[in-house]
Write a protein that binds this ligand. Sequence first.
Ligand SMILES: [Zn+2]
Length: 432
Amino acid sequence: MKPASARDYFDEVECWSAAELRAWQLERVREVVDYAVAHVPFYRNLWKRAGLPRRSHLRSFEDLESFPLVDKEILVRAGQDWTGAAGGSVGFSTRGTSGEPLLLWSSLEDQQYGIRGLLRAFWWMGFRPGMTALLLSPAWHKLAAAEAHAIARLGGSIAYFWGSMGADSIPRFLHTLSSVHPELISTTTPFLLSCLRYGEEQGIRLRAAFRGVRSIVAVGQPLTPQLRKFLERRLGVGQVFEKAGCQEAGIGLDDCPWHTGPHIQEDTAYLEVVDGAGRGVPPGERGRFVVTKFTAGSGSVVVRYTTGDIAAFLPGACPCGRALRRLKMYGRPESSVVVAGRAITAYDVRLAVDEDPDLVGRNVVLVRDDPNTLTAAIEGAPVGVAALEARLRQQLRLPEVEIVWLGDVRLAWTFRQVVERSELGVAQRRRA
Ligand SMILES: [Zn+2]
């Protein structure tokens, strides 16, 4: 089986020009807005209060920017009034990791619509008929549940790992891996890093368990180029693909084989990155992630929904030739700290840390503490201290940087990347 080539397109959407994509998307947004006005009292009333015309009359995406943003708190408060879920038959709940869970409605038609991006993404990863995919328990996330539909549609075999993503599941996960011999694994970055640590501690060669794995889809946190390469090298797998997404809109963002940043599956939803006033910001500039989902009449209606994630469209074209825009999600506000009035994400710090090959793969967390000083805790013994501090100051444009070296103290790899200083415990005394 040949490795997937960057221009091995799955469908015609990948061949559309940017202008064709935008025109098609504008039509879908108009349909959704019209549907919401006609069938969803929540949106009808919201837009009426905002003084928007009775019919949408969306001439351009700029017109969409006058529609109010909604977030999870607003939708939870609105109850079922916001969903427009007349055709929805399957309920999903968000996990509620940042507040109350939100109940979403879907249908088989809605799911079929949503898996188009997944089919394309798995194709980019080199998954072909007859191969086997090992998927995380589908219960953890709506997008994970849809993965199985996509693998089946591609003529692949599916194996589920039903354990948790905690460290206690690792021995069973490795056992499953050795039994199933998948070509593709869908999992989270913290779990992969936990596996590597387990291998080190137990003296187990993980490359043996991962033998034959061509691609890993890693979700849960943005990857630096160095960390992606580190995972590929240490696990001995073909390629690690970064994935992000938003389950409220069923949209995925996926690396192509060029790994220049995840492409948006733009036939599923329209994405915006906006400033504090809800207006779009140019590529390269950070703002809030906003999504409008295209399906109407068969599941929850999502118009200008913000997850609060910090994101940016990536400027320039990808060498793969696809016009699908690329977007990097840097994390939720809870995975960032505000220093000198600016939000610094764990990814920003990771980017500077990973420039030193001796530091790639170590656990790094931000410490919520002094509002004028960036404090980062890094596992292991101090390495390249002066150079790292200089990089952090320069790249993040911050005057004060403090690094706490944790020595032998190990922090669990989790989605949570910001801790209070008191949580560092014994490590606090080991400050360099
Ligand atoms: Zn690309």
